[in-house]
Design a protein. Structure first.
Length: 404
């Protein structure tokens, strides 16, 4: 009796399937998620090299890590961590968790991972990011999830202790099914506070702490980190001597300098920007501010050469109405701004029209016009340099300034 060809082919498919399925299972059960800090402070000069930003160091780390991780039996993803005023998301997927070839992953990072983004109102939401990540994704990850946070450790939305408490919460929730490792990217001045926070986060999250500059200086350290992320604790014991990490992990010595910092640094108006950096002190309670501490109408930006307010901006304006009603004695100057395209005279008129549009909206919502003063500043006060289309869009804005 002749053997039918389709039976032979089917048999080989089944054999190959049995052989390959465990390999696919390994990748599916090894999700590694890199959390890349792209907040405003990452645009500062790095400690590693003069005239190189921390964001550029971050990108170089991603390129080196991707070449190793994507060749290992685990799936890898990269999320960009940042807070932008008016955006409810504390992170954005850059590359979702999947199996990538080394060439594809490195090419995507090299081409599309931006390091010259605008710093306007980009803050570091470590605690809120971890909470949101848990609410949306951690529970759906298959297998033991490994997180790698690469950051300068500057939690600027909440207290550093809040970030540590969030790590403690998710670690208690997922136990051995989740681990958090951290990589510290230092600035030009030694930022012990950020480094200590990342050390404590790694210790609490059952992971290891690394120095970004040390990783870049020694390819063997990159290899060891990738093996740790993808292969787990066995490699940790083999490659990472306890003596090198243990002195950096005691909790009580770490907490002392943090308390001293809080005693010295103040934020009188409670807007989230320290007094030493606040260019607009006296912001009313509940008002949203930019990175300079100035009251802004979050999410309200104008199209090129336009002054009309879009419907999507109404909720943000209604927040301003609420703040003004809660502070009945408060008067404000509504300040209109533009990008630098066009003449100074034309942009001055355009900025005044933008301020008047906002004043008219507030007046219709019951805020007496005697409490509102509108003024245009043209392109004289950019919040970011007018060097890119994205930056120019951020400069087409309106700010609010409390006045007597």
């Amino acid at each position: 009796m002749k053997k039918r060809p389709y039976r032979i082919v089917t048999g080989w498919i089944l054999v190959l399937g049995v052989m390959l399925f465990p390999l696919l299972g390994i990748a599916a059960d090894k999700p590694v998620l890199i959390l890349a800090d792209v907040s405003g402070s990452m645009q500062e000069t790095s400690q590693a090299q003069e005239n190189i930003t921390k964001a550029a160091v971050l990108k170089e780390l991603l390129l080196r890590l991707s070449g190793e991780l994507s060749a290992m039996p685990c799936q890898t993803g990269i999320y960009r961590v940042r807070y932008i005023s008016g955006d409810a998301n504390y992170y954005e997927p850059f590359m979702p968790i999947a199996a990538y070839s080394p060439e594809d992953m490195k090419a995507r990072i090299a081409k599309s991972f931006t390091t010259d983004y605008p710093v306007f109102n980009r803050r570091t939401p470590l605690a809120d990011m971890l909470r949101q990540l848990d609410e949306r994704e951690l529970g759906n990850m298959k297998g033991n999830a490994t997180l790698l946070l690469i950051s300068d450790g500057r939690e600027t939305i909440r207290e550093a202790e809040d970030a540590l408490n969030e790590v403690r919460r998710i670690k208690d929730k997922y136990a051995d099914k989740l681990s958090l490792h951290t990589v510290f990217i230092a600035g030009k001045e030694k930022e012990d506070k950020g480094g200590e926070l990342l050390k404590n986060m790694a210790q609490t999250g059952g992971g290891q702490y690394f120095s970004g500059s040390d990783l870049l200086a020694d390819p063997n350290r990159i290899d060891s980190l990738c093996a740790l992320l993808c292969e787990g604790e066995v490699v940790v014991k083999k490659e990472m001597p306890p003596a090198a990490v243990a002195p950096e992990q005691p909790s009580e010595p770490v907490s002392e300098p943090v308390r001293e910092e809080r005693a010295v640094i103040t934020d009188t108006d409670g807007d989230g920007v320290y007094d030493s950096d606040d260019e607009c002190p006296g912001t009313p309670k509940g008002a949203r501010v930019n990175i300079k501490g100035c009251w802004i109408i979050a999410g309200i930006l104008f199209d090129y050469d336009k002054w009309n307010i879009k419907a999507v901006s109404y909720p943000a304006l209604d927040e301003v109405v609420t703040v003004l009603k809660q502070n009945p004695d408060l008067k404000v100057e509504i300040q209109g701004h533009t990008d630098n395209i066009g003449s100074a005279a034309y942009n001055m008129k355009l900025s005044r029209k933008r301020a008047e549009s906002v004043k008219s909206y507030l007046d219709k919502k019951g805020i007496y016009s005697t409490r509102l003063k509108s003024e245009g500043y043209g392109f004289a006060k950019p919040v970011v340099p007018n060097t890119t289309p994205e930056n120019r869009a951020l400069n087409r804005r309106v700010e609010l300034k409390p006045i007597q």
